[in-house]
Design a protein around this ligand. Sequence first.
Ligand SMILES: *Cc1c(COP(=O)(O)O)cnc(C)c1O
Length: 378
Amino acid sequence: MDRRIQVMIPMLGEEEATAAADAIRSGWVAQGPRVARFETEFAAATGAGHGVAVSSCTTGLHLALVLHGIGPGDEVVVPSLSFIATANAVRYVGATPVFADVDLATGNVTVETVDAVRTGRTRAVIAVHQGGMPFDTAALRKAADGWGVTLVEDAACAAGSTAYGQPVGAGAAISAWSFHPRKIITTGEGGMVTVDDPAAATRLRRLREHGMNVSAADRHASKQPVIEAYLETAFNYRMTDIQAAVGLVQLGRLAGLVAQRREIAARYQELLAGIDGLTPVRDPAYGQTNYQSFWVLIDPTYGVSRDEVLAELAARGVSARRGIMAAHLEPAYAGLAHDPLPVTERITKDSLILPLHHEFTADDQDYVVGILRELARR
Ligand SMILES: *Cc1c(COP(=O)(O)O)cnc(C)c1O
């Protein structure tokens, strides 16, 4: 029988289907009570003060920059080694993305790599908890404070990851999260912005809903007619109650999904330890990743290129992925000047993301590692 191993499968059960159906039957399908509950519960689960649900992490990053008044003439330091939405958000507000290199072990920006490209025009940094791997929150938050720049945390992949014993949302001024099916929990599409400051949450709620001073849900709940005002030019970046209904169920699964991913990752690390030239991703000293992405870095001693490994895995029914992309190598960013990014280029060229999901069995894992071992002997 032909084996087919997916790189990722979202964990969706009957409970999600029922919750979505209940939202539809309730007659309230746009942003409403389920979104409000999801915001409260998600903020609590991630250690954040307030949650503001949005249509995606991308729109959440956009609003984070609007909230902080970032615009034309400003520079925002971002890793090139990230999904392209991180850099795009900077362009949405008319500011200039400035690429910082990353650390080889974590794939994340550090105080040193950000400091190396910072200028007098730097107004903000978007640091990414890449693939769920936390960056050094204590070090970067303190440095950003000292530099007087806003630190926006792109936590798209990082629900359930921890740093210094706390969820990565705790102690962050502002974080953006994703519920795309490739992430650890999903609402189909969807995102969340979490903040510590209640005034920031109020402004974000306004920004996602056309600049209205009163939400549609509050207007509906009021016994008296409410005439809304539009306080500023803003956006429609709302999440639906159908999505939030699914998100509430998914949130209940988060701890279990993380625990399972960490077990599978530990077994990968054990099995791969015996293969020369492959370095699997590991927890940093200061925290724990949720292993939303489990990547291995291929050294020249392995003897086979990343693309050849991908092709061989695909030929044998295993869907793996190239490592994290680098925005500066894409046509959309071809004209943008940047300092050399040697570590970014090394990781994006020489790493691959291995299959890891809730239906991935030990037998599947032995099969995948068996192929990698066989390639090493060629
Ligand atoms: C997936 C991802 C995004 C985009 O999330 P969406 O919800 O699809 O908009 C942004 N940043 C990073 C680091 C991501 O991995």
